[in-house]
Design a protein around this ligand. Sequence first.
Ligand SMILES: Nc1ncnc2c1ncn2[C@@H]1O[C@H](COP(=O)(O)OP(=O)(O)OP(=O)(O)O)[C@@H](O)[C@H]1O
Ligand SMILES: [Mg+2]
Length: 315
Amino acid sequence: MEEILKIEHLTKSLGAKEILHDISFETYSGEVFGFLGPNGAGKTTLIKVVVGLLTLDHGRITIAGNDLAKQFEGALSNLGAIVENPEFYRYLSGYDNLVQYANMRGGIPKERIDEVVRMVGLENRIKEKVGRYSLGMRQRLGVAQAILHHPRLLVLDEPTNGLDPAGIKDLRDVLKDLAHKEGVAVMVSSHLMSEMEMMCDRVGVIANGTLISVHPIAELVSAAGIGREEFVITLDDAKKGAEVLSEAFGIEILPTEDGAIDLVFPKEEALASIAKANETLVRAGLSLYTVSKKENKRLEDVFIELTGGEGQQIG
Ligand SMILES: Nc1ncnc2c1ncn2[C@@H]1O[C@H](COP(=O)(O)OP(=O)(O)OP(=O)(O)O)[C@@H](O)[C@H]1O
Ligand SMILES: [Mg+2]
C-alpha cells in the first residue's frame, strides 16, 4: 500500500493553548483510517490543518508526496474533503450541483460525474432537487463532489453525525468501497468507537491533542474480547476439575484462586466446547454448581482505557 498522507511532528496552538502536540502518523491508499477521540480532543483542528484551513506551527504534512506548506496546489489537487456540512444549491438537482461544481473546478469530464454518482449510490435520485434530499443523501452528494477530481486522499470530519442508522450504513459502505475498491486513502474522525469498528481498517486514538496509539481495528476488537467467550465454572473440586479438563482439551487449565475454573473459547466453538466441558466434569464424578458466561468488555471501555481512563463520556 502506498503512503498517501504523512504527518510528522505536527503541533498547533490556537490562542495561548496548544491544541495538538507532536502528532505523527501515516495513512495509506486502500484503507479507511479512523481518527477517534472524545469531544475536544483535537480532531477537527487536525483535519482543518490537513486540508489547509489552518496552518501548522511546527512539523510537516505531505499529501501524495507534496509538502502542504511548499507545494500547496499539488497537495490540494490530491485532496478531497468534507469538513463542515457541504453546501449545495437547494433549488438545483444533485446532478446540476455536481455539474456546477465541475465547471467551476474545470477539467472534469461529464463521464466522471456519472461515475461518482454511481459510486455514492445516488443514481436513482440524482435528478431530484437537493432541497428534497435527506441529510444522508446530501452527505453522499458531498462525497461525490469531494471525489470529482480523483483525489488520492479523502478526509471527512465526523461524516455520520446526525445520520440515522440506515444513513450511516449507506455512507459507511460508500467510504469502504472508495478505499477498498478505488484505492483512495480515506480518513474519518469520530468520537464513537462502535462506528469506527464497522468502518475503519486502522484507528488512531487521540485525547487532549496527543495521539495515544494507532491500531489495526482487529487488535482493538480482540482487546475487547469480541470473537471469544469466557465462562466461569464453580464446582466441588476445582483442582480435579482442572486436571480432567486439561486432559480433555489438550491445554493446561488451572483452577482460579477462589476455587473456580475459567474457560475461554473462540466464539464459534463456544457452545460445543462448554457442553464438552460440562460432560467431562460430570463423567469424572464432579458436582457442578454453576456455569456462567462472562460479559465481554465493551469497545467503549477499551477506548476509555486507551485514552487514559478519565471517565470521559463516549457516545
Ligand atoms: N479558535 C479556537 N481558539 C481556541 N481554542 C480552540 C479554538 N477552536 C478549538 N479550540 C479548542 O481546541 C480543542 C480541540 O477542539 P476540536 O474542535 O479540534 O476538538 P474535536 O476533537 O473536534 O471535538 P468534537 O468531538 O467536539 O468535535 C478544544 O479544547 C477546543 O476548545
Ligand atoms: Mg470536531
